[in-house]
Design a protein around this ligand. Structure first.
Ligand SMILES: [Fe+2]
Length: 604
């Protein structure tokens, strides 16, 4: 199926939209053109309405179909291997077990590599629909003197405990609506639709640190403090008890002294606000959790009833950078989801008619810059780094030209095989690392219509197009070869030394599958890649651990958990030399582990 360009009736200074007709369903479709969103726009295949499968349904029966994204990039894949075993429920391993080490794990690595991700996808006869819904399974790889032990425990969240007690899904998650208890009468079940929906505390996304303690986090108002020694679930912490927010991201940023910044929305009578949160570095008392947390400032959404969804944000030396992307949340739909019998996730949608807007907040004063930095519609889940030089702010992030990826990550999609799996992958849009350059001193005297990026080596542009409005065009932080690896996501850097500072290297997963299938290292000096790849092996987010005598930025190792769907118990912890991306050693784990999201290294 080919989109045929009919005419180009609508043009602005910033972008052009093209009306095309899908040759299958013959509907006229609006698409953003290459001028504002890259050069491969017309590599679209099907119009999503004519796509072979039906549209996304995140709730209950019938869930699992895929909606084609508008801009696939990278190679089209055929005969993808089924990764269904990587998204199956696993048993916990509550006591440490030995692993078999091959090669050499450097003896200077001493600590616990902590990982988080979904590990249970059903209770009784009820099943979760979306990958994000699975119950948090916490993993610990304890590395000491060249040896590794492994253990895992399910987070004892209230959601996990209630579901386990009743052996059915009792708490709704992002893509799954908990259905009324069948033991209730018909009338009671009807009335239950009008009850307030319980907010999940299933913190399955990441390990984060506040005041030196480890927490596991999702994006609701609940986190859990966890003992990193034995993965025991400790305090359940509610952000809203400390500050007026209804949640916080699972990706805070840290200052060297331990001060932590995060972002969270608040929802009041007048709509939503984006809030920047600051948590002090130290406890006043031993039992402290988020005491002393404060809202540094708030940012008003472009449309208060439809704020943007955001998974993370960037931070430079002096600024918090908030990216207001056109993945929107229809608050009315979300609030009424239970009443309507729909999953929460159905209230999240991609609106490519809206530009992406970057907001700056001064970390010292809380002042939100009046200057707004616009760019083409994009979606971003993870930022790489942000730093300031010569009056410019560089914001590096993994970006996709389509914001419907969340809808593709239904469990049924991940468990597909054969042609159906290829279709899911090929309909998706890959993410690529990009740099945006933001001029920090924009005043009424700043000339309009000229590129304010004074870095001669950078291809990014930033042009004042109106009062307090700058339009930015990104620079690709990669060469053409990254397309062959399916783009890059799960970016990581030498965070402790280089976050908020100039840097040379970042690491990530290549995505020639729905999960990472290679480990990549990008050298920003010449945009060259180093790659670890073994066919049939699927590595998780690479975490950089600096060596104790590190001098250069990449002196250290990369840790990644690698899964193998074709082998039972084919999991291992991989240790790469960061400089070369060559394998130093691996620790074979004699149990199966599902594919996870994020981790952290807790040095001994
Ligand atoms: Fe994330």
């Amino acid at each position: 199926m080919i989109i045929q360009i009919l005419r180009t009736p609508y043009t602005t200074a910033l972008h052009k939209r093209i009306r095309g007709q899908c040759s299958s369903c013959l509907r006229l479709r609006w698409r953003l053109c290459a001028r504002c969103s890259g050069t491969q726009m017309w590599r679209i295949r099907p119009c999503y309405r004519s796509y072979a499968m039906s549209s996304v349904k995140l709730d209950g029966a019938g869930a699992g179909a895929v909606e084609a994204n508008s801009k696939p990039t990278g190679p089209l894949m055929k005969n993808l291997e089924s990764i269904a075993p990587l998204v199956q429920s696993a048993a916990e391993t509550p006591e440490p077990i030995s692993t078999q080490v091959q090669g050499i794990i450097p003896t200077w690595i001493n600590g616990k590599f902590l990982r988080n991700g979904p590990g249970k996808f059903e209770f009784g006869n009820t099943h979760y629909n979306h990958w994000f819904d699975g119950m948090a399974l916490l993993h610990q790889f304890r590395i000491e003197h060249g040896r590794v032990t492994y253990m895992s425990r399910f987070l004892r969240s209230d959601a996990y405990k209630k579901n386990s007690e009743r052996n059915r899904i009792m708490i709704s998650e992002f893509g799954t609506l908990a259905m009324p208890d069948p033991c209730k009468s018909l009338f009671q079940r009807f009335l239950s639709r009008f009850e307030v929906m319980d907010v999940t505390d299933n913190a399955s996304v990441s390990f984060v640190k506040y005041k030196g303690d480890y927490y596991v986090s999702t994006e609701t108002n609940f986190m859990h403090k966890v003992n990193p020694e034995n993965l025991e679930t400790l305090d359940k912490v509610d952000w809203s008890k400390f500050i007026a927010v209804n949640g916080a991201t699972a990706h805070p940023h840290y200052e060297p002294d331990g001060t932590t910044y995060n972002m969270g929305n608040s929802y009041g009578n007048k709509g939503a606000l984006y809030n920047i949160i600051k948590v002090p570095p130290e406890k006043a008392e031993a039992k402290d959790t988020l005491q002393g947390a404060s809202i540094l400032c708030s940012i008003v959404p472009a449309k208060k009833s439809h704020p943007s969804y955001y998974h993370s944000f960037a931070m430079s030396e002096n600024y918090v950078v908030f990216i207001e992307q056109p993945i929107k949340m229809d608050l009315l739909k979300i609030v009424t989801s239970k009443l309507r019998g729909r999953a929460l996730g159905e209230g999240v949608y991609w609106d490519p008619t809206q530009e992406t807007v970057l907001h700056l907040a001064d970390k010292r004063t809380g002042e939100v810059s009046a200057v707004k930095y616009h760019t083409a519609p994009l979606s971003t889940f993870h930022q790489i780094n942000a730093f300031e030089e010569d009056g410019l702010l560089m914001v590096d992030m993994c970006c996709s030209d389509d914001g419907r990826a969340i809808g593709n990550y239904l469990i049924q999609n991940l468990r597909r095989s054969g042609h159906a799996l290829d279709e899911v992958y090929n309909a998706g849009c890959r993410a690529f690392p990009r740099r945006f350059v933001l001029p920090l001193r924009v005043t009424d005297e700043t000339p309009a219509g000229q590129n304010l990026n004074t870095r001669s080596a950078s291809g990014a542009t930033c042009v004042k197009v109106g009062k307090n409005k700058v339009f930015c065009q990104h620079e690709d932080l990669h060469g053409d070869d990254l397309h062959d690896y399916g783009g890059l996501e799960f970016p990581q850097i030498n965070y402790s030394k280089h976050n908020t500072r100039s840097y040379r290297y970042f690491y990530g997963c290549g995505f020639r599958h729905l999960v990472g299938d290679s480990l990549l290292k990008m050298d920003l000096r010449d945009k060259t890649l180093k790659v670890w790849y073994q066919r049939g092996f699927y590595p998780s987010e690479p975490v950089f651990v600096a060596s104790p005598d590190a001098v250069e930025e990449d002196d250290g190792v990369i840790l990644s958990v690698v899964l193998t769907p074709s082998q039972d118990k084919g999991t291992f912890l991989l240790v790469l030399e960061a400089k070369t991306m060559e394998e130093l050693g691996r620790a074979n784990v004699p149990v199966n582990i599902p594919y996870g999201f994020h981790g952290a290294f807790n040095p001994s």
